[in-house]
Design a protein around this ligand. Structure first.
Ligand SMILES: [Zn+2]
Length: 489
């Protein structure tokens, strides 16, 4: 009897192992080579020089609603007109919400929905304390050691200038798209994107519904940025997390610190924060799957085995992923206390203590529901939990991967290296982008730039030594050019 039981357990394990290995071996391989697209000549020297110059304009966004240097933006606009004469003379350019620009390139066939490309011209400030850590000054537009250096090189004057260069090149060739092409260039993406909001509102008013809107957010993960492989994996952002901050206000008995009670505003708040810390919003592995599965052929056998058998290994993979903050953030709504304040004097017990908690909302987690969960977790009537700022954005919708637009992006990526195309996977973008504001005017919003993103480069986003490889620039232009040709017919 015992022997029979042992035998059947062994048989079961053998079958399971065979199924797992079988699934791993039968998993789809690398994308097949594709036909090489038509050559797209790019004047590399000129494109690089334009980007370097663009980085010298201090088009900085500091805080939502705060005044910005309008002269810097005026000068930038004037220079854009000189650098891209065909774009600014042949196409309709409308200034919106101060310094945002909508560029319209009418297509021959008005029955086709337009294709829309986004970029933003503002950059985040440089912390003066870190100036010494820059290899080259952040607003000098230096080209050295095979890199274009400066604030905005990646985020996102690099993509913006190459987008305009592609448009300029196609105009110079006399190309006329079948489908209208729109460029939405925001001026305040880094502080909420009121420009993008206004452009989207303008489209809505004029009844324009783009077939798709393409913005920043995804890239070609290279050099091991995609864990498990040093080979490139193209990651298209199909959704982005929402944003919300809440304020916890704790009230308690105040008084002289020589006669403390057991229960103060501060101790209550501390307990509330501990309870929040211990709570975890439910995990949802759908982006884990959509990101890992296409890259499977590049992963070492052990990882491939796990990914090919997520039906069984998902809890284990999720547990491992939770150790890495980037990965954990793709699994659920996150929360973290960011501001704490209480007390005015060392011998006075404060009656009020406050904490601000910043949350990034997973698609499907509505702000109101998340707020209710927080109240439930904190479970203290003496602590109020209220939205803390006017900036409260739900997570974006998840854009389809069975659309013509998605296929166009994916095929264009593959066509860039037709002999050995990278796996194309989708991801959840953790940060906010302008494209979220277009959810009301388009059914498909994607986030991708053809930038080779390495672990070294990604660390420079919003940080010191932001830079983009010179060698990447022609392909960035080419990618946008081919997207336009593909969309415009
Ligand atoms: Zn950006």
């Amino acid at each position: 009897m015992v022997r029979r039981l042992i035998l059947s357990v062994v048989a079961l394990i053998a079958v399971l192992a065979a199924v797992m290995v079988g699934r791993t071996l039968m998993a789809p391989g690398m994308p097949a080579p594709v036909a090489a697209p038509e050559a797209f000549p790019v004047n590399e020297e000129e494109a690089v020089a334009k980007l370097a110059k663009a980085l010298t304009f201090e088009t900085i966004s500091r805080a939502p609603g705060a005044p910005y240097d309008t002269e810097a933006f005026d000068a930038f606009h004037a220079w854009l007109g000189e650098a891209f004469p065909n774009v600014f003379s042949q196409l309709k350019v409308t200034r919106i919400a101060g310094h945002s620009l909508l560029v319209e390139w009418p297509g021959k066939d008005a029955s086709l929905q337009p294709a829309m490309f986004l970029a933003h011209m503002d950059v985040v400030p440089v912390d003066p304390a870190t100036l010494g850590e820059w290899t080259h000054p952040p607003f000098a537009g230096i080209v050295a050691d095979g890199m274009v250096w400066g604030r905005g090189a990646l985020d996102m004057k690099g993509p913006m200038i190459t987008l305009l260069e592609a448009t300029e090149t196609l105009l110079a060739r006399g190309y006329i798209p079948a489908r209208t092409i729109l460029l939405g260039l925001g001026h305040d993406e880094e502080v909420g994107g009121s420009g993008a909001v206004a452009i989207a509102a303008h489209l809505k008013e004029t009844g324009v519904r783009p077939a798709f809107v393409l913005d920043e957010g995804g890239a070609v993960a290279t050099d091991g940025l995609f864990g498990g492989t040093s080979e490139p994996v193209a990651l298209i952002g199909v959704a982005e997390k929402g944003y919300m901050s809440v304020k916890l206000t704790s009230r308690g008995q105040g008084g002289h610190s020589s006669r403390p009670g057991k229960d103060t505003a501060i101790s209550r708040l501390a307990k509330a924060i501990q309870r929040l810390e211990a709570y975890e919003f439910p995990n949802d592995a759908r982006f884990l799957r959509s990101t890992l599965e296409p890259a499977m052929p590049l992963l070492p056998f052990g990882q491939r085995l796990a990914v090919a058998n997520l039906w069984l290994t998902e809890p284990l993979v999720v547990a491992l992923m939770k150790e890495a903050p980037d990965m954990a953030a793709s699994l659920h709504t996150t929360k973290v206390p960011t501001i704490l304040s209480a007390g005015i004097k060392d011998n006075v017990i404060p009656t009020v203590a406050e904490a601000t908690v910043n949350l990034r909302l997973f698609p499907g987690d509505a702000p109101e529901a998340v707020l209710a969960t927080l109240r439930e977790v904190i479970a203290d009537d003496m602590i109020s939990v209220e939205p803390a700022s006017s900036v409260m954005t739900p997570a974006s919708p998840v854009s389809p991967t069975d659309s013509d637009a998605y296929r166009l992006i994916s095929d264009t990526i593959k066509g860039m290296t037709p002999d050995a195309p990278p796996p194309v996977a989708t991801m959840l973008v953790l940060m906010a982008t302008d494209v979220r504001h277009y959810a009301g005017v388009s059914d498909a919003q994607y986030r991708f730039n053809y930038v080779p993103m390495t672990p070294a480069l990604i660390r420079t986003l919003h940080a010191e030594d932001e830079r983009v490889p010179v060698s990447a620039i022609p392909d960035m232009v080419r990618f946008f050019g081919r997207m336009m040709l593909g969309a415009g017919g």
